[in-house]
Write a protein that binds this ligand. Structure first.
Ligand code: UDP
Length: 453
């Protein structure tokens, strides 16, 4: 009998590719065949970042299609890239599925990132099972699905412009958020925000075509959002089964040497500092963060991507590295999941991307939160106000997070044991949710049965 053959299609950004690849590896373990479709630009990066012991290519069929931009065009311009993909990728996908169906086991199910809703339209037309994958919090999806209500209640106009900047909540037990931080408002200028708003509205329509909507979250973390939209099936966190150190799908090759350095540090002593794949720093803020870390007098592991700072900061960093010596370790990209699982980690200074958030929580690590844009503010609210497993870093009147603020909050967090205690309680809750009789595990089993039959 032919194996069920899944086509997995991520949105071409790090925080989307990584979790869908994790899910794909899980599905392979359950006996499925998976073909993973990246854009050509992402495919190149992912393949060149595999480490020697990575065997992803043996487990998953990795293929690529063009994204509609020229090779030298800026792929961090989200609105432009998304529009280009909408133009060319449906045709590319159709050709790909025809080719696969001729030569291989037929595609029986498409799992597409929610933002790639056009793939669900395609699956619907071709009578293929279709699931939408949502790699962020259920609260954010709930917000997106509530766009018509936000317009009706006068929070935004028909173009997504924020009309009322105020704190509000979708339901009494959900985190309070500020309407000025809506995810689409951070896409760039107002035109880009408008394009992103249109895309969000559009994917709200296509997600209705999905027979299943699955998300890397858990009922224990987001009961209110999941109750508000019960069609969102929490199947995470994907790491709760201890698939550690496996971060296949990274855009950069992880520097695993930091794990040996961590082995030499006392338990719960190290500040792990990482801002995901997208955040950039201006010179002043970069220097302030470095000096703040230095002044804590604690060991720290800091991820500084090569594209995260300007040339002047590079010179500063060289001198800084010499000054801090063995007390601090700076890497271009860390094996984050293994790092967060290391007993030496004391806290996680994070930009609060959803993957980082759920990885920190799954490992019982308290947070210092430093959100930049999109859903990171919403995730900060979960961390600091709902789960109470972290402290927010506050900006001064000039918009900077100062060295003093960093030093003070590190001390406050690490000296107050209640943060670690609560982090351990949440860790236990999410892990049990992903184990045998847990909610995520049941949803995952049902999802697997649905694909099979
Ligand atoms: N990550 C990593 N090494 C690093 C920094 C980040 O492997 O040095 C991974 C991290 O584990 C997470 C992803 O990159 O899975 C970042 O996703 P997130 O949603 O946190 O942030 P984004 O990059 O989307 O802003």
């Amino acid at each position: 009998m032919e194996k069920p053959h899944i086509l997995a299609i991520p949105y071409p950004f790090q925080g989307h590719v990584l979790p869908l690849m994790q899910l794909s590896l899980k599905l392979v373990e359950h006996g499925f065949k998976v073909t993973f479709v990246n854009t050509e630009a992402v495919h190149k990066r992912v393949v060149s970042a595999f480490s020697e012991e990575d065997n992803v290519e043996e487990l998953i069929n990795l293929v690529s299609v063009p994204d509609g931009l020229d090779p030298e065009e800026d792929r961090n311009d989200i609105a432009k890239l998304t529009q280009a993909m909408f133009r060319v990728m449906p045709g590319e996908l159709e050709q790909l599925v025809r080719d696969i169906n001729r030569a291989d086991d037929k595609i029986t199910c498409i799992i597409a990132d929610e933002t790639m809703g056009w793939a669900l339209e395609f699956a619907d037309r071709f009578k293929i099972k279709r699931a939408a994958f949502w790699p962020a919090s259920a609260a954010l999806l709930a917000l997106k699905l509530s766009i018509p209500k936000l317009i009706q209640d006068g929070f935004v106009d028909n173009d997504g412009n924020v009309l009322r900047s105020e704190m509000f909540t979708l339901s009494t037990s959900m985190p309070v958020m500020n309407s000025k931080d809506f995810a689409w408002t951070s896409a760039g200028d107002s035109n880009a925000a408008k394009i992103m708003f249109r895309i969000f509205e559009g994917t709200n329509r296509t997600v209705k075509l999905a027979e299943r909507i699955i998300s890397n979250t858990s009922y224990e973390l987001e009961p209110a959002a999941l109750s508000l939209f019960p069609e969102i099936l929490a199947i995470g966190p994907f790491l709760a089964d201890n698939r550690l150190g496996k971060s296949s799908g990274s855009f950069w090759r992880a520097d695993a040497s930091c794990l040996a350095w961590l082995d030499q540090q006392p338990n719960q002593s190290v500040i792990y500092v990482a801002f995901g794949s997208f955040t950039i720093f201006d010179q002043k803020q970069f220097h302030e963060l470095a000096t703040g870390l230095e002044h804590t007098n604690r060991p720290f592991l800091w991820v500084v991507r090569t594209d995260m700072m300007d040339g002047k900061s590079e010179d500063f960093l060289k001198i800084f590295k010499v000054r801090i010596g063995q007390r601090g370790r700076i890497v271009g990209w860390a094996p984050q999941q293994a790092v967060l699982n290391h007993p030496a980690i004391g806290c996680f200074l994070s930009h609060c991307g959803w993957n980082s958030t759920i990885e920190g929580v799954s490992n019982g690590v308290p947070f210092l939160s430093w959100p930049y844009f999109a859903d990171q503010f919403l995730n900060q609210t979960y961390i600091c106000d709902v789960w109470k497993v972290g402290l927010a870093l506050d900006k001064d009147e000039t918009g900077i997070i100062t060295r003093g603020e960093i030093e003070n909050k590190v001390e406050k967090l690490l000296n107050d044991k209640t943060f670690k205690q609560r982090a351990l309680i949440y860790q236990e809750m999410v892990i049990s949710g992903a184990q045998e009789s847990g909610c995520s595990n049941k949803n995952m089993s049902n999802f697997i049965q649905w694909i099979k039959y």
